[in-house]
Design a protein around this ligand. Sequence first.
Ligand SMILES: Nc1ncnc2c1ncn2[C@@H]1O[C@H](COP(=O)(O)OP(=O)(O)OP(=O)(O)O)[C@@H](O)[C@H]1O
Ligand SMILES: [Mg+2]
Length: 252
Amino acid sequence: MAKTIAIVNQKGGVGKTTTCVNLAAALTEAGQRILLCDFDPQANSTSGMGVDKTVSKGIYDALIGEVPVEDALVHTKYGDVLPSNKALAGAGIELIGMERREFLLRDALDKVKDRYDFLFIDCPPSLELLTLNALCAADAILVPVQGEYYALEGLSDLMNTVRIVRRSLNPRLELDGVLLTMFDGRTNLALQVAEEVKHYFPGKVYATVIPRNVRLSEAPSHGKPITAYDRTSRGAEAYTAFAAEFLKKQSA
Ligand SMILES: Nc1ncnc2c1ncn2[C@@H]1O[C@H](COP(=O)(O)OP(=O)(O)OP(=O)(O)O)[C@@H](O)[C@H]1O
Ligand SMILES: [Mg+2]
């Protein structure tokens, strides 16, 4: 049974896209059938998977029924991608008048879901209609949290939104887990933040943490996940370990 996971945190720059791309690639390498749906108009995970973000057909066209979702899929050696492009930027407003406006993404993904083991949705940094669509399409959320000051800021708003979605739109939505990113375990602050996050999400924080690693920030400009860009980097090791922990958890 395919499982859909939204990678979400309305705070910007916490490692959502980096996690989405590198988890997708590491799981593909482990033999899983993966679809990465880039649901952010910034289209960073589209280019991070090596797909041209000026593509003519993308998730936006599939959402509004302009093209069949199958036709928007791009196959890459790191996994399949449903690309985003700038057209998605206006979608938040355009979709407001549409029927089933919260379920457009779910309806689109349902058509291809059976082909995959995991579908990942890279969310934009907001809690508006696009993210709401992701929360309605997902079975679970994965929340990257930057191991720095103010890490917990906004997480209560996120969890509140999740509760509302569960009550009214998508009762099956679960919290898969929380991933500490850009972590520097040498600082007291980072360790303190980790403790706070574990206290806030008991039993939900992944044991693997992603260190700050410059290779991870270089890889996207080469259109490659970290495992293809620099397999021996600490970033590649961390995301490979995280993918293994993620997979083990899913089958537990
Ligand atoms: N572990 C890391 N070490 C070093 N740099 C990182 C790491 N994770 C992410 N980055 C860099 O930090 C920046 C923000 O990361 P990313 O784009 O993954 O965050 P995001 O949550 O998707 O941002 P947005 O909210 O804008 O979508 C990027 O330049 C990325 O390359
Ligand atoms: Mg992003």
